[in-house]
Design a protein around this ligand. Structure first.
Ligand SMILES: NC(=O)c1ccc[n+]([C@@H]2O[C@H](COP(=O)([O-])OP(=O)(O)OC[C@H]3O[C@@H](n4cnc5c(N)ncnc54)[C@H](O)[C@@H]3O)[C@@H](O)[C@H]2O)c1
Length: 280
């Protein structure tokens, strides 16, 4: 297949597993690829993998911290200058750290907002402005999470920002349609990547894996390629009539609710002392 022949696709968070997989997939299918991550040296492996499959087409790797608007604008201009225009964006970079709500440090809350919400806004707006200027339309896919629509304990900051991104994608789909720019979001469940490795490969990894699998109808956890395949479809002309959609890619993990990766035990709600104090 060469769904991306003659197209330029920009991928953020491209040093991570999901971003890297999408970059390689579209490079294999004909795209010139721009890959962004916090630091340029993180991108060496992604660039090498793209070059193995892209038949000598262009690959541009830039260190861009998406919380810094100036850096984002400079990066997007550099891509447009190098390749002529940007046809597709996978806004994938993200940040997540576990913390109980009561102990959530404010600086961690602010980090989630800065990277996930403000950073994704920065890259989406800069690329959309570039697409509008080029007058050739385009497609944007935002990576949110199954946490964009259902809460997971210990991830209130992450889920809140991902839910916000889902609404941002919906708003962009509405406002950018007249410029022939489609915008969709994907909502992955638990995917085996660097981000989930501490949970799945840590001391309690086997227990977490078993617990998650009991809630996963397809019988396995996700792989980066599962998400990349959906994103490539949504970025391609095959999805020409799809915009404003939020698509789960979670092996059915959310059919019956949401896997509770970590649990608050509600059986002892309020505690006996609190109840004795008269709250009914
Ligand atoms: N792995 C999962 O189970 C899962 C599930 C749902 C959603 N997601 C989302 O998928 C996306 C990719 O995650 P992944 O699993 O590949 O994890 P990952 O941690 O490997 O990738 C995230 C990438 O974002 C980059 N990044 C972080 N802060 C940045 C910043 N300020 N500027 C630029 N880049 C920055 C990181 O350097 C990293 O390369 C994230 O948005 C994540 O929230 C992952």
């Amino acid at each position: 297949m060469s769904r991306f022949a003659g197209r330029t696709v920009l991928v953020t968070g491209a040093a991570g597993d999901i971003g890297q997989e999408l970059a390689v997939m579209v490079a294999r299918e004909g795209a010139e690829v721009a890959v962004f991550d916090r630091l340029p040296e993180l991108l060496d492996e992604t660039v090498a993998r793209c070059r193995e499959v892209n038949g000598g087409r262009g690959v541009l790797a830039l260190g861009v911290d998406q919380t810094r608007r100036e850096a984002v604008d400079e990066g997007v201009s550099a891509v447009a200058e190098r390749f002529g225009r940007i046809d597709g964006l996978f806004a994938n970079a993200g940040y997540g750290k576990f913390a109980p709500f009561l102990e959530q440090p404010q600086r961690e809350w602010e980090r989630h907002v800065a990277v996930n919400l403000t950073g994704t806004f920065n890259i989406c707006q800069a690329v959309a402005q570039s697409m509008v200027a080029a007058r050739a339309g385009g497609a944007i896919v935002v990576n949110t999470s199954s946490g964009a629509r259902q809460h997971t304990d210990l991830l209130s900051a992450y889920c809140t920002t991902k839910a916000g991104l889902r609404m941002l994608a919906t708003g962009m789909a509405s406002e950018l349609g007249s410029h022939r720019i489609r915008v969709n979001c994907v909502m992955p469940g638990v995917i085996e990547t660097g981000m989930t490795a501490p949970m799945l490969q840590g001391p309690d990894g086997a227990a977490h894996r078993g617990f998650l699998l009991s809630d996963t109808p397809v019988g396995r956890l996700g792989e980066a390629g599962d998400v990349a395949a959906l994103v490539a479809f949504l970025l391609s002309g095959d999805a020409a009539f799809i915009t404003g959609a939020s698509v789960p890619v979670d092996g059915g993990q959310t059919i019956l609710g949401h896997p509770r990766w970590f649990r608050t035990d509600h059986r002892d709600a309020h505690g006996s002392e609190w109840l004795a104090g008269g709250w009914r």
